[in-house]
Write a new protein. Structure first.
Length: 370
């Protein structure tokens, strides 16, 4: 009560001032608004082509696998509920702003001050509680659905280990070790073949995310997380490390290659073979084993047993190098072997200061690892 009359007193004091006059009604200033909108359009136009090949951009709104499909449906439901709330709130706000805007002649009067309405307060307490309750129920049902899925006997099982800055991929039951490109079978109506992953970290926290297949799962040192997916459409699915993990976090890319039914078995058979021995690449082979390459890389069937870097047994079966930093072409390999730091600054593979001839020899040996 006191503060109310105090405010009125202040208002009267202010008006007693000889220089006081009511503020002119504010006009909406269109020009800055229009130029802001125009610059947004220009920026969007510049950014969009910079995103590159649209086919390479992963879109979590185009899921091609469970559980990504289920996650998308839940997200759309949450989005729809929030959109309705947003429209109601903004609608009421705009209505109030327009309907009760300042008009000439309003200076002397104040709108009626209304405090408290039991009906309105009950409504805006109970409704949000109901909405939140619905959201909790549908979300926890989806989470339980995804987490409780158990690997059926015979399902593909792989262990993915996050390293700075690449992914080690092991299939313990198949005896295969590879890197950065996870191969899995597609499911179809006749044969359901989900893939179950165990996620581990060799160093810091990473996060495994292939948006079209499944949600993100963190990869945490000293802990094993699990996830699964069941793609139905063969193809290559791109993903990223989704947890900042150091300098080359942005070049810690994932490729999931989904094979049509039957072809996955062929890939497995090829990966199970020991490394090829080609007499033509003896010089490079010798160089590889004489250098410190062997202390970090493994090549099955040889004395190279390093576990610090990617397994190279079937290096040439991979599409990319350095966790997606470069295409796996002879030029890419040469650039990578000559100076890994140039291609991927800060990566843990050192520059071995090899001559051009040595680089060529090593690369021709690596190219025999098919
Ligand atoms: Cu690994 Cu970010």
């Amino acid at each position: 009560m006191l503060s109310h009359s105090k405010r009125e007193e202040n208002e009267l004091d202010r008006r007693a001032n000889p220089w006081w006059k009511p503020a002119p009604p504010k006009r909406l200033r269109w020009r800055p608004l229009l130029s802001f909108a125009a610059s947004m359009v220009v920026i969007a136009g510049l950014v969009h082509p910079a995103l590159g090949n649209p086919a390479q951009v992963t879109n979590l709104l185009q899921p091609l696998s469970q559980p990504a499909q289920e996650i998308k449906e839940l997200s759309l439901l949450v989005l729809a509920i929030c959109a309705v709330i947003f429209l109601i709130v903004v609608g009421l706000l705009v209505y109030a702003v327009v309907r009760f805007r300042h008009r000439p002649g309003d200076e002397a009067s104040e709108p009626p001050q209304i405090y408290g309405s039991n009906q309105i307060e009950t409504a805006w307490t109970v409704l949000p509680i109901l909405i939140v309750f619905v959201l909790i129920l549908v979300t926890s049902r989806t989470i339980a659905d995804i987490q409780n899925r158990k690997a059926a006997p015979g399902a593909v099982q792989a262990t993915v280990v996050g390293h700075q800055w690449w992914w080690e991929i092991r299939y313990p039951e198949l005896g295969i070790v590879t890197a950065n490109e996870l191969h899995v079978p597609a499911s179809d109506g006749n044969r359901r073949q989900p893939t179950f992953l165990k996620l581990q970290s060799a160093d810091v926290a990473h996060s495994f995310w292939v948006p079209q297949l499944a949600g993100k799962t963190d990869v945490i040192p000293g802990r094993e997380n699990a996830m699964w997916f069941e793609p139905t459409q063969p193809g290559t699915y791109l993903g990223n490390c989704a947890e900042y993990c150091g300098m080359q976090h942005a070049r810690m890319l994932i490729r999931v290659i989904v094979h049509p039914p039957g072809e996955f078995e062929r890939w497995v058979a090829e990966q199970k073979r020991a490394a090829a021995e080609e007499p033509s690449a003896q010089a490079g082979r010798k160089l590889f084993f004489a250098n410190s390459c062997v202390s970090c890389h493994a090549i099955r069937g040889t004395s190279a047993q390093g576990a610090f870097g990617p397994d190279l047994t079937h290096l040439m079966s991979r599409e990319t190098l350095a966790s997606g930093a470069a295409p796996n072409t002879p030029e890419g390999l040469r650039a990578w072997v000559r100076d890994p730091q140039k291609l991927k600054v800060g990566c843990l593979m050192p520059n071995l200061q090899m001559s051009d001839v040595e680089v060529d020899q090593i690369v021709s040996y690596l190219q025999t690892l098919k």
